[in-house]
Design a protein around this ligand. Structure first.
Ligand SMILES: CC(C)(COP(=O)(O)OP(=O)(O)OC[C@H]1O[C@@H](n2cnc3c(N)ncnc32)[C@H](O)[C@@H]1OP(=O)(O)O)[C@@H](O)C(=O)NCCC(=O)NCCS
Length: 296
């Protein structure tokens, strides 16, 4: 058994295998073509565990830059960790995660993130810690204030980093990735009066806010509600959702019915710098700025 950087054939095997959990199309052949050609998946470097010539586990590692008060750090985000059902329970995924972290550590990368869709305890055993990560969602009320919004052909903008001590630094070349991985057309609305903008996606009546320059602090929350509800109604949606992206450590108690800890896409971080990492105390309390558009 060996852990290794995947070649083209191994990437194909790995991509075909994930059809059962992350299908791009009901037809496995179409799924494979879509995954192979997707901008999202081409952005990652792929790794596999091989046993008797077969891929028995795989994951992708996406390049990111984290920022903090003392500068930037190269980081990798691990995604699409997958072991086919018949090979589970043999420790393949932990072995591969450790191997990939060692591989990048040898190149000077000491920070790793992932978004867990499973019990975070699984990744905690591998040295990842859960960071505070919240989402909001609600059904639109019957009556919604009408805000004058101008809708533009959508193109991701550069979401502001102001007020955030830690976060993912958006590189300009990532705009295409942000756009194309959504698999649906985006909507960019601007409130010309306030200069606020909202980049969103609409799926079957649900309006998902991907990123915005709206301030999500408790003091400015009513403005977010007003703009999001108005934009969603104009986009003919009945439900809104998004990630809570705020420099505040926790949602204010009176907003807890709408802003809740995430049960999926839970942000996790591992630093190979150990307990001495100067970021640890702050980042454990505040998490860092990551927009839903940057989710891998
Ligand atoms: C999660 C997964 C990658 C583990 O792969 P693996 O090679 O079997 O890894 P392991 O040998 O450590 O798996 C066994 C462990 O996984 C745990 N596990 C499997 N699915 C889990 C889930 N949904 N939630 C929490 N733990 C889970 C098992 O409880 C077991 O834990 P234990 O060792 O404490 O008994 C694999 O089950 C899988 O591919 N699942 C479907 C895709 C997925 O959900 N990927 C993770 C996305 S964040």
């Amino acid at each position: 058994m060996s852990c290794q950087l995947a070649n083209k054939e191994e990437i194909k095997q790995a991509f075909a295998q994930v059809h059962s959990v992350w299908p791009h199309d009901p037809d496995p052949a179409v799924h494979l073509q879509k995954r192979l050609s997707s901008v999202q998946h081409q952005r990652a470097t792929w790794f596999v565990v091989k046993e008797s010539g077969q891929v028995v586990c795989s994951l992708g590692a996406y390049p990111f830059q984290l920022f903090g008060p003392d500068g930037d750090r190269p980081a990798r985000a691990l995604g699409a960790v997958f072991t086919p059902a018949e090979h589970r329970g043999k420790g393949h995924a932990p072995r591969l995660i450790r191997w990939v972290c060692d591989y990048y550590a040898a190149q000077g990368t000491q920070d790793f993130i992932l978004y867990s869709d499973i019990d975070p305890a699984y990744y905690q055993k591998l040295g990842f810690q859960s960071l505070p990560s919240y989402e909001w969602s609600w059904e639109l009320p019957a009556s919604v204030p009408q805000v004058d919004l101008t809708v533009f052909p959508a193109r991701p903008l550069d979401p502001s980093l102001a007020g955030f001590r830690y976060g993912i630094r958006r590189q300009t070349e990532e705009a295409r990735w942000v756009q194309e991985k959504q698999h649906s057309s985006l909507r960019l609305s601007r409130c010309l009066a306030s200069g606020k903008w909202l980049l969103s996606r609409q799926d079957h009546g649900t309006y998902t806010l991907l990123e915005s320059n709206l301030d999500q602090t408790a003091a400015r929350w009513p403005e977010l509600v007003r703009l999001v509800e108005s934009d969603a109604r104009q986009a003919q949606c009945h439900r809104v959702k998004g990630w809570w992206v705020s420099p505040e450590a926790e949602p204010a108690p009176e907003l807890r019915d709408r802003i809740r800890p995430r049960s999926e896409e839970i942000l996790m971080w591992a630093s190979l710098r150990g307990d001495e990492d100067p970021w640890r105390a702050d980042i454990s309390r505040h998490g860092f700025r990551a927009h839903l558009s940057e989710h891998i």
